[in-house]
Write a protein of this length. Structure first.
Length: 162
């Protein structure tokens, strides 16, 4: 699978800039490694301490944003979609429960839990473009967000439903 993973990663991410050619190259290498080991953690996918450290450095770089990572992919996706007569977009929201972790910027998930044991995490709403045969073409959209505490109150819910 390595030649396919390398080809796919180069096709999807080689036009990304991040304002630094080294970051663009790292994005291709990282995408290839994560595709080859899709069920693995970052250290397992990278297979060496140096590659793992490079991956974490990549993700913590201020120039690396989700919008920048997706821009190159979206360029390729727009090209791939033009070859299709019909494109389907499947949407789904995934809840990431990150309770008991100290992570800045996460919000409440589910019913919010209780004051003593809040359910904290993120929602990830994605739209995946695919052919009518079910072949995935790419990620059309993705919104990642945390709910604020006031949106879990009974008063807020009554206001929204009205």
């Amino acid at each position: 699978m390595q030649p396919h993973a390398d080809t796919w990663a180069a096709q999807q991410f080689s036009t990304g800039s991040f304002g630094d050619l080294r970051l663009a190259k790292r994005s291709v290498v990282l995408a290839s490694a994560l595709l080859r080991h899709a069920q693995s953690s970052i250290p397992q996918a990278c297979q060496s301490w140096a590659a793992t450290k490079g991956a974490y450095r990549f993700f913590s770089n201020d120039r690396v944003t989700s919008a920048e990572m997706l821009e190159s992919h979206h360029q390729q996706l727009r090209h791939d979609i033009t070859d299709q007569d019909t494109v389907l977009v499947a949407q789904d929201t995934t809840t990431l429960n990150l309770s008991n972790r100290q992570i800045a910027g996460i919000g409440l998930v589910g019913d919010g839990g209780s004051a003593k044991n809040p359910l904290q995490g993120l929602y990830v709403h994605s739209g995946l473009a695919m052919t009518t045969e079910g072949l995935p073409l790419g990620l059309v959209s993705q919104k990642i967000y945390g709910r604020k505490a006031e949106t879990t109150t009974v008063t807020y819910r009554k206001t929204v439903k009205a």
